[in-house]
Design a protein around this ligand. Structure first.
Ligand code: UTP
Length: 300
């Protein structure tokens, strides 16, 4: 069982091959693809920082340099912006390195999300920690991590964020069966299946890319056999946590997320995310909406 107390460390795995987004992801991590004017990963790190995370461990693969540079100071760029009087942008650029203490560990071979999380074992220690997936964006207006921390403080163990999805899409996600608790906002997870075959899902509740995890997961991940797709699946280790006694760090609860979320991991979802986020922005939304309306009506 973990030491109780505020959760301030987050693990962000960014070592996947991004095969659904090739060739764009051949030499660039998919988490670095721009969503309007920021790489996807910047939204995720800003969300973490706004939710009290002060320490981020990126689990990186090949091509990590662009990501590392993005969250580092850039004295010559900052100086050029200052000389040009672009002080607002200069502040934005220099502020990136201060969002959290950033650390990096290499995954080596991308053997799955569970394997990536296991790479964080030494850094995390014996304390509950957050995991945020870098291709899953949660709108700042509807944060979910604070609610998950509260659920962890109340029930202990690990906490997932679940989202209702149409039945014909649940096979694309990890899926959870749940039962109610005495807290209307929190459910107990009774079963977890990674990407269930069509027609076999125990519910329409999909696991989204935000987790608060008890460190007892590391011992389970060490002994886990490859699961779906031959990968070490985080969902399989979380499923084992369901049956582990609470004094050993077991128990999995979840909050149901009803806010806005954007997936940037595949081409169509990415395009939808970029358009939605741009439409919500005061500087771009009105012009983009006007153009889209004309364009869809056959104009250009
Ligand atoms: P995904 O399955 O969405 O990413 O993993 P992927 O494997 O890069 O994508 P495709 O399916 O080939 O297109 C979810 C998250 O876990 C990370 C990914 O970078 C992504 O942020 N991940 C996945 C790792 O860090 N290591 C892995 O071995 C697998």
């Amino acid at each position: 069982m973990s030491n109780r107390g505020a959760i301030n460390k987050a693990v962000i795995p960014v070592a996947g091959l991004g095969t659904r987004f090739l060739p764009a992801t051949k030499a660039t991590p998919k988490e670095m693809l721009p969503v309007v004017d920021k790489p996807a990963i910047q939204y995720v790190v800003e969300e973490a920082a706004a939710s009290g995370i002060t320490d981020v461990l990126f689990v990186t693969g090949r091509n990590k340099e662009s990501l590392e540079n993005h969250f580092d100071r850039s004295p010559s760029l900052e100086q050029t912006l200052a000389e040009r009087g672009a002080h607002e942008m200069q502040a934005k650029i220099s502020g990136l390195a201060g969002l959290a203490a950033m650390h990096y560990v290499r995954q080596g071979v991308p053997m799955g999300l569970g394997h990536a999380v296991h790479m964080a074992k030494d850094h995390v220690g014996n304390h509950a920690f957050a995991v945020l997936l870098g291709d899953d964006l949660v709108d700042v207006s509807t944060p979910v991590l604070p609610e998950m921390y509260a659920a962890q403080a109340k029930f202990g163990g690990s906490i997932l964020a679940l989202m209702e999805v149409p039945e014909d899409q649940i096979h694309l996600y990890g899926c959870a069966a749940v039962e109610p608790t005495d807290d209307a906002h929190i459910v107990r997870v009774t079963e977890l299946v990674e990407k269930p075959a069509p027609g076999t899902a125990p519910s329409n509740l999909a696991v989204i890319g935000r987790y608060v995890i008890d460190p007892s997961i590391f011992g389970l991940l060490e002994n886990l056999a490859p699961g779906r797709g031959g990968e070490i699946q985080l969902t399989d280790a979380l499923a084992q946590l369901i049956d582990l006694p609470s004094e050993s760090g077991g128990g999995v609860h979840a909050v149901i997320f009803r806010g806005k979320r954007y997936d940037t991991g595949d081409k169509l979802s990415y395009l939808k995310s970029v358009v939605s986020i741009a439409l919500d922005r005061d500087d771009l939304g009105p012009d983009l909406r006007a153009w889209l309306t004309t364009y869809l009506a056959g104009g250009n």
